[in-house]
Design a protein around this ligand. Sequence first.
Ligand code: NAP
Ligand code: G4F
Length: 374
Amino acid sequence: MDGRQPAAAASGVEYGSVATTPKRALVTGITGQDGSYLAECLLGLGYEVHGLVRRSSTFGTQRIEHLYRDIHDEHRPLVLHHGDMADGSGLARLVRAIRPDEVYNLAAQSHVRVSFDQPAYTADVTGLGALRLLEAIRDCQETSGRGIRFYQASSSEMFGTAAESPQRETTPFHPRSPYGAAKVYAHCITVNYRESYGLHASCGILFNHESPRRGETFVTRKITRAAARIKVGLQQKLYLGNLDARRDWGFAGDYVEAMRLMLQQPEADDYVVATGETHSVREFCEQAFGRLGLDFRDFVAIDPRYFRPAEVDLLQGCAEKARARLGWRPRVSFSELVAMMVDADVELAERERALVAMGHAAFPQHGQSGPSRP
Ligand code: NAP
Ligand code: G4F
């Protein structure tokens, strides 16, 4: 048997027809940037969407608030379940109860800098979490005889100091962080379950993708949020680390479509998803501040605390395979992405300024109290 084929014939597992609707999807990491765009995309296509949410003492569902309906509404297309990637038996119970057609594993401790401070936690959640979910799917598939298609959120961070540029599916991995190493494990175990058990399991090797919903400690959002706050007078300076790092930045809304397309293919496989362009952090600053008529050099200062023990200097992806096989291509350009993020953050900063004028506190900024902003 070709390791890439679903072992339907061998295992007696049947995959639902690609045209069958409504499909049922389970999305881990639904409260994150990508989870919110993916949930929107799937709901728009008529899916019944189930999301894994970890329990927290505060609400963490801001990004999906607009998709959620009252739990007393009988016909809710979006259902949230408590769970955690560290809890294998909980994941198994959930997969058995939901019996999804498709599972998208987006949950992770996804911050590279933080992974140096929390390496074991990152390995557990980002690496072993994928294994726990794969085991849950394998068990459910074996007992029910129904195929479950699986998507793993792999990352360009796995390439690290790659020997070639642009990076493609065949480029060897050389991770430069505990996060990158955990993602390599999750990637390899997904490929292994495809080859060993014939699971329809695909990995999307996604390059950096951003949006107005990006977490505020990732560099793009840190820059657009600060530029907007500086513009309206709520902040004076922005402290950053390595301005020379280069990334292939795309729009998250475009990238979740590639995830879905991977699971509609007859055969599972791995795909790079990228724009093919690379820009430095300095260029991002220049464009973001420039959109507001500001010169970033007047406001940006370097704080070595934001340097990493090991850095990934250059990422640039080749998404030819995704283009040829999935028909996928990015729609939003680099300058459109920067503009979209800056404009959204100006709106937010203006609302914040109005609240401050009424005597309320400014919105909390990571790093002003508690652990330093990564
Ligand atoms: P994100 O905004 O940081 O979202 C991460 C999600 O994982 C959140 O929903 C988070 O829940 C959840 N999560 C974290 N720990 C968990 C745990 N122990 N159990 C259950 N859920 C947990 O990340 P993203 O940018 O949307 O990225 C989505 C996935 O793609 C991640 O796996 C990331 O590593 C990967 N990826 C991202 C990029 C990128 O450029 N964005 C590129 C390549 C790969 P809370 O809301 O409760 O924190
Ligand atoms: O925005 P970043 O934190 O993203 P990074 O490390 O590339 O990771 C992101 O992309 C990965 C895909 O390649 C994902 F897998 C991962 O989950 C995450 O979404 O940092 C980008 C670059 C780095 O080189 C960093 O050193 O920006 C540099 N940088 C400079 N100053 C900074 C800062 N990064 C952050 N977060 N904060 C700074 O002050």
